[in-house]
Design a protein around this ligand. Structure first.
Ligand SMILES: [Fe+2]
Length: 343
């Protein structure tokens, strides 16, 4: 895990701003809140999504629950409590909540039936690709597909969480942008001697934004010490979920599913699910360390945007032809009517 983790830990202790930012597009979408392996049966963690404090817990039966992090009795954090069996117990008065969020026990009054309103706000959860997804509203679509995860010819891995002091759309734009490779990832993903980006095609369709056949010169794409062009295809399936496929004429293919979770309008946490049909001799640790290095290289710029919010409605930035993918992404966000994190 990279160094940004500690900074998030401090911000998560700040007061909640529940109720802010109910942008319906994001509210009704799926967002990653945890890695499945980080949430063992009988454990809980806290998370903030769209300015809403959540408690994420897994019962002894393996089921994951994501609830509002507030006991409806005296409004303390349920994340201060503990998991017992398949229930969550509040630390303050020992109120016991069943998996549906209903209070089933008041220790001070063992024979007293808890009132119906003694119920915690619960949210829909899906576990996919070893990630825990939650929707705070009513999901309009399923979690985005990542087909390589179940394909035996691909070696899959998961990196993150990467806590970033950045607006989530800025993080997606960074992912969609190949023109920064020579300057930020020189010697790895790009070459300062070949920064030119040829024209490429981008379309908006029912699946989102699709940018195809972007040629990028890389100094050593096959580990042979010889530079060559590789091709990138990009999709933005959701405002904060993107995917890329990088491939070479020799058949090597890498895909990345990039989930960016908005903590607030100016903070996010990113998760990368990757797949490779080559380099099977390289250890998982080496692959993950490589991904961490790339993300770390991006942080300095990613956290320095001013303003942090995406200026969809303000003429603050100029554009060049190689920005076509992010320009279409911005056009699509406008079509969707996104307001959260937007200037
Ligand atoms: Fe980058």
């Amino acid at each position: 895990m990279i160094q940004t983790t500690d900074r998030h830990a401090s911000s998560a202790t700040e007061s909640s701003t529940n109720g802010k930012g109910k942008d319906p597009v994001l509210w009704n979408d799926w967002h990653v809140v945890a890695k499945g392996v980080d949430l063992q049966p009988g454990t809980l963690m806290k998370f903030r999504l769209l300015d809403t404090d959540l408690v994420v817990w897994r019962g002894e039966d393996g089921q994951v629950h994501v609830w509002a992090d507030r006991c409806p009795h005296r409004s303390v954090r349920l994340s201060n409590g503990k998991v017992e069996g398949n229930t969550l117990v509040c630390s303050y008065h020992g109120m016991v909540y069943n998996p549906e969020g209903q209070c089933i026990k008041v220790p001070a009054h063992p024979s007293y039936p808890p009132p119906k309103q003694a119920c915690v706000r619960t949210f829909q959860v899906r576990e996919r690709y070893n990630l825990v997804y939650v929707c705070l509203g009513e999901p309009e679509k399923d979690v985005v597909a990542f087909p390589e995860w179940d394909e035996s010819t691909y070696r899959c891995y998961l990196t993150g969480p990467y806590f970033i002091q950045s607006n989530g759309y800025r993080a997606i734009e960074n992912f969609l942008d190949v023109a920064h490779f020579p300057f930020i990832h020189g010697g790895i993903l790009g070459d300062l001697d070949k920064p030119e980006i040829e024209d490429y095609e981008v379309v908006i369709n029912e699946a989102g934004v699709f940018a195809k056949d972007i040629r990028v010169w890389q100094p050593d794409p096959y580990g042979t010490g010889v530079g060559d062009y590789v091709i990138y295809d990009y999709w933005a399936f959701r405002p904060l979920t993107a995917y890329l496929r990088k491939y070479s004429p020799n058949g090597d293919c890498l895909t990345l599913l990039y989930n960016v979770t908005p903590i607030s309008e100016e903070e996010c946490v990113a998760w990368m699910s990757g797949s490779l049909n080559y380099a099977h001799s390289i250890s998982d640790e080496e692959v993950q360390a490589f991904q961490d290095k790339i993300v770390l290289q991006d942080l300095n710029n990613l956290e320095s945007h001013f303003p942090k919010k995406l200026p969809l409605n303000a003429p603050l930035e100029f554009h060049v032809p190689s920005d076509r993918s992010t320009l279409m992404y911005r056009k699509w966000l406008k079509q969707l009517g996104i307001t959260y994190g937007i200037l």
